[in-house]
Design a binder for this molecule. Structure first.
Ligand code: UD1
Length: 421
C-alpha cells in the first residue's frame, strides 16, 4: 500500500495548476448516458474516482477513452444492460447517479445502493423520491434499487427536496431532461457543480432554467445530442492548496481557477491573516511571517463554507493563535481527522458536531492514517507545516480526488514523496 512521506517546515513558492472538478466530472460522466451520441469532456481530472466511473460506464455498454491529455470521450451508442452491480457502486457513491439516466433512456434499471466515504449514513431517499416524482416505480430488494418508468416513459413533475442535497438535485435535473413535460425542482442545491452540469446538458440540447438557484425548471426533450464540454475548475482542490500555502507560509499562484466559487473560504483566510488576490483566472495566496489568527467557521450549503474544506481548515487552525470553533452541519461524523491531527500535536476537542481547536505554535511530524478523502489531505497540510517527518498511510483515499498531489506540491518546494511497496 502506498504511503506519502513529508519533510515539513518548508515554505511553498511558485504556481500550481488546478484540475477540473472531480464532483462535476463524475456527474458529467453519468450525463453522457443520456445520449447515444459521443460526449467529450475536456479539462477532465485524472483520478481514481473518474476512472472508476468510466469502468462502470464501459460495463454498461459505453465506449470510453481517457486522454490524450485531460480529456475523456464517452459514447453510449447503446446500453447493453441497465444494471450496475454492487461491486461497482459500493466504492463510490456518485456511481448511483447512473440510475436516473438509465431509467430515462432504457425504461428500467437495477442499481446497487451506494457506498462511498465513511462520513455518516448518507442515505439516497431524496434521490429516490425525486425519481418517483418523475413517474418511476421504485422497489428496493436485496441491496438493489429497481426502477421502472411508466409506459411511454418518465413524465415531468414537481420535486420539493426536503434538504438541498447536491447529489439529489443533480440526479433529478439530469433525469428530468428526458422526462415529458415540465419538471420543477424546489429547494434545489446551488453548488457550482450544478450550474456546470446544467450548462453541459443545455449544450446537449436540454432546456433548463435556474440552475445555481433554489428553483430549477426543466422542459423535457425527446432526445439529447453529443457535446464537447470543459469541466469547471475544482474549487475544493483550489481551496486545499490555498490552505497548504496558508499553513506553511509562502507565495503561490493557483492557476485556472474560479475565484467566485470560494468566497466563503477567502473571507475566512483573510480574517486569519492570509492575503488572497484575484489575478484574472488565477488566485494568489500569500502569507509572510506572522502567525495565523483563529477564526470560527460553520459548514453550509453553497455559497457558505464548503464541508469538503472543513478538515483542511481544521489543520490550519491547529497552528493559529487563539481558539477556533468549527461546526459541521452537512454531515454527521465528519471529524475523523481530528484524532489524527492530534497525533501531530494539535489540540482539538470534539463535542458532537462542534470542534474546538486551540492553536499551538508548532506541530510535530508523526505517522498518521487517512480515513477519507478530504481528511487525508488535511493530514498532508498539517505534515507540510509540521517539524520533522510525517508519514501518511492509506493514501488511496487521496488518489480518489487529488491529481498528482505530490508533484504539484513538490513543484512549489515541498519535500514530499510517495513510497510504493
Ligand atoms: C456531494 C459531494 C461531496 C460534498 C457534498 C456536500 C459529490 C460526488 N460529492 O455529495 O463531496 O461533501 O455534496 O457539498 O459531488 N442526504 C439525505 N438523503 C439523500 C441525499 C442526501 O439524507 O437522499 C443527506 C446526506 O446524508 C448528507 C446531506 O444530505 O447529510 C448532504 O448530502 P448531499 O448534498 O446529497 O451530498 P452528496 O451529493 O452525497
Amino acid at each position: 500500500m502506498d504511503r506519502i512521506l513529508i519533510e515539513g517546515g518548508h515554505r511553498l513558492n511558485g504556481s500550481i495548476s488546478i484540475s477540473g472538478a472531480k464532483n462535476s466530472a463524475l456527474k458529467l460522466q453519468a450525463a453522457a448516458l443520456l445520449t447515444d451520441q459521443p460526449v467529450e469532456l475536456t479539462n477532465m481530472p485524472r483520478l481514481a474516482d473518474t476512472r472508476f466511473l468510466a469502468h462502470l460506464l464501459a460495463r454498461l455498454g459505453a465506449e470510453v477513452e481517457e486522454g490524450p491529455g485531460p480529456r475523456m470521450s464517452i459514447h453510449a451508442g447503446r446500453i447493453d444492460e441497465a444494471y450496475a452491480p454492487y461491486d461497482l457502486v459500493r466504492k463510490m457513491r456518485a456511481s448511483f447517479n447512473v440510475l436516473g439516466p438509465l431509467v430515462a433512456r432504457e425504461g428500467q434499471a437495477r442499481v446497487s445502493l451506494p457506498g462511498g466515504c465513511a462520513i455518516g449514513a448518507r442515505p439516497v431517499d431524496l434521490h429516490l423520491k425525486a425519481l418517483e416524482a418523475l413517474g418511476a416505480q421504485i422497489e428496493l430488494s436485496e441491496g438493489y434499487v429497481e426502477a421502472k418508468a411508466p409506459q411511454g416513459g418518465l413524465v415531468g413533475g414537481e420535486i420539493e427536496l426536503a434538504f438541498a442535497s447536491v447529489g439529489a438535485t443533480e440526479h433529478a435535473m439530469m433525469t428530468a431532461t428526458l422526462a415529458r413535460g415540465e419538471t420543477v425542482i424546489d429547494n434545489a442545491a446551488r453548488e457550482p457543480e450544478i450550474a456546470d452540469l446544467a450548462e453541459c446538458l443545455v449544450a446537449m440540447g436540454a432546456q433548463i432554467e435556474g440552475a445555481g438557484t433554489s428553483t430549477i425548471r426543466i422542459q423535457g426533450q425527446a432526445r439529447l445530442g453529443g457535446v464537447s464540454y470543459p469541466v469547471v475548475p475544482d474549487r475544493i482542490e483550489t481551496g486545499t492548496y490555498a490552505m497548504a500555502v496558508a499553513a506553511t507560509g509562502g507565495d503561490v499562484v493557483l492557476t485556472q481557477v474560479r475565484y467566485d466559487h470560494n468566497k466563503a473560504l477567502w473571507r475566512a483566510l483573510n480574517e486569519a491573516g492570509v492575503t488572497v488576490t484575484q489575478e484574472g483566472e488565477n488566485v494568489r495566496i500569500t502569507r509572510n511571517g506572522s502567525r495565523l489568527t483563529a477564526v470560527d467557521i460553520e459548514t453550509q450549503p453553497f455559497p457558505g463554507f464548503a464541508t469538503d474544506l472543513q478538515a483542511q481548515f481544521m489543520a490550519l487552525m491547529s497552528l493559529a493563535e487563539g481558539a477556533s470553533v468549527i461546526r459541521e452541519t452537512i454531515f454527521e461524523n465528519r471529524f475523523m481527522h481530528a484524532p489524527e491531527l492530534t497525533r501531530l500535536g494539535a489540540d482539538i476537542t470534539v463535542n458532537g458536531n462542534e470542534a474546538v481547536v486551540r492553536g499551538v505554535p508548532t506541530l510535530r511530524g508523526a505517522p498518521v492514517m487517512a480515513t477519507d478523502l478530504r481528511a487525508s489531505v488535511s493530514l498532508v497540510i498539517a505534515g507540510l507545516a509540521a517539524e520533522g517527518q510525517t508519514e501518511v498511510n492509506r493514501v488511496y483515499h487521496l488518489d480518489r480526488g487529488f491529481e498528482r498531489l505530490e508533484a504539484k506540491l513538490a513543484g512549489c518546494g515541498a519535500r514530499i514523496e510517495r513510497k510504493s511497496e
